[in-house]
Design a protein. Structure first.
Length: 152
């Protein structure tokens, strides 16, 4: 009832957020107390990377030159029906180097990890540009390693 009383009669104003999601700092600026899920860096096998494709799991992880990036914030690009959706849950290195969205540029989880052999200097340069893009935009959460007995 005190809420209605304060609303109708202009009770004491409080700067506290009733949701508990933010607090007011000494500067009067609202600061978020939301803590995102911690990102734990680790090793991913192609098989474990595959499930982070936006379908099987809401998170979207993509490998580029052996590093795994959390691209969940770029869901409009890498998620289901996005223009780069075939890279989600995979090593996208060759496809990015070739500027190709064809599935034959993306290896299945049970194939050896792409050693990127046969790329031209121009294609490697394009891949390096993509790697810089991913490093600047998405958190690196681990490395892509071959699974013993599967990807070797």
């Amino acid at each position: 009832m005190s809420f209605l009383t304060n609303l109708l009669f202009g009770g004491v104003k409080s700067s506290a957020d009733p949701t508990g999601l933010s607090t007011e700092s000494g500067s009067g600026i609202m600061e978020s107390n939301n803590v995102e899920e911690p990102i734990v860096a680790g090793q991913f096998y192609p098989r474990t990377l595959y499930k982070f494709n936006g379908h099987d799991d809401e998170k979207i992880f993509i490998a580029v030159k052996g590093k795994v990036y959390d691209c969940s914030s770029g869901r409009q690009f890498y998620g289901p029906s996005g223009p780069y959706s075939n890279f989600a849950g995979h090593d996208a290195s060759r496809g990015l180097a070739l500027n190709s969205f064809e599935m034959d540029c993306v290896k299945d989880w049970d194939m050896p990890i792409d050693d990127l052999s046969g790329l031209t200097a121009e294609e490697i340069s394009a891949l390096n540009d993509w790697e810089e893009h991913f490093q600047g935009k998405y958190p690196c959460i681990g490395t892509l390693v071959p699974e013993p007995g599967v990807n070797i």
